[in-house]
Design a protein. Structure first.
Length: 107
């Protein structure tokens, strides 16, 4: 299952009165809500806050908070002349493990 109980989602699609109903009750557009119940194996396995109804996985999208923005400022110290190398050879692919990256970043 793509979503779990507690996930904040955007609902765009049909909702149903039960998890195995054949006819939709109504259509919901751009409703931000949370997954509150899951009926594994059902036709419409997800129910949301406020008991809007049951819906399909295809009607849900994980909500991304537009207010959550992260800025990170780092200062690179080019101990091994890696930055100069990258500038001179932009077509090359560089592969390094975590320890090598920590060394390059001076961490």
């Amino acid at each position: 299952m793509k979503f779990k109980i507690g996930d904040k989602v955007i609902l765009n699609g049909y909702i149903y009165v039960s998890s195995n109903a054949t006819t939709p009750a109504k259509k919901i557009s751009n409703k931000v809500t949370n997954i509150t119940r899951i009926a594994k194996g059902a036709k419409h396995p997800y129910n949301t806050t406020g008991d809007l109804g049951w819906c399909d996985e295809a009607s849900l999208k994980l909500y991304e908070d537009p207010e959550k923005k992260y800025e990170v400022e780092i200062e690179l110290i080019d101990k091994d002349k890696l930055i100069d190398y990258i500038k001179e050879h932009p077509e090359n692919i560089l592969v390094m493990n975590g320890e090598q990256l920590k060394k390059v970043l001076g961490l």
